[in-house]
Design a protein around this ligand. Structure first.
Ligand code: SF4
Ligand code: SF4
Length: 71
């Protein structure tokens, strides 16, 4: 298939551990690690962007790979 999963970056400085991203993620990609959110299962990410949109602290960034031409 050659599908690259989206890249999920969590800024641990901004994250306040509010659980919103974890609650809204439909595929359980995220989990709490200590006091900050962490990526548990990146392969399950469907790039719905809910985590990025709902994070009140702009601590999550999801980047979808667009290199469709490559394999
Ligand atoms: S929604 Fe944002 S601030 Fe809240 S736990 Fe997730 S990354 Fe951290
Ligand atoms: S983009 Fe959607 S599926 Fe991916 S981690 Fe965020 S909420 Fe979960």
């Amino acid at each position: 298939m050659g599908n690259t999963p989206p890249r999920i970056e969590i800024n641990e400085i901004y994250c306040k551990g509010c659980y919103i991203c974890i609650e809204f993620c439909p595929t359980q990609v995220l989990e709490m690690k200590g006091v900050v959110a962490s990526v548990k299962n990146p392969a399950a990410c469907i790039a719905c962007m809910q985590c990025e949109l709902r994070c009140p602290d702009f601590a999550i960034k999801v980047t979808v790979s667009t290199d469709k031409g490559r394999d």
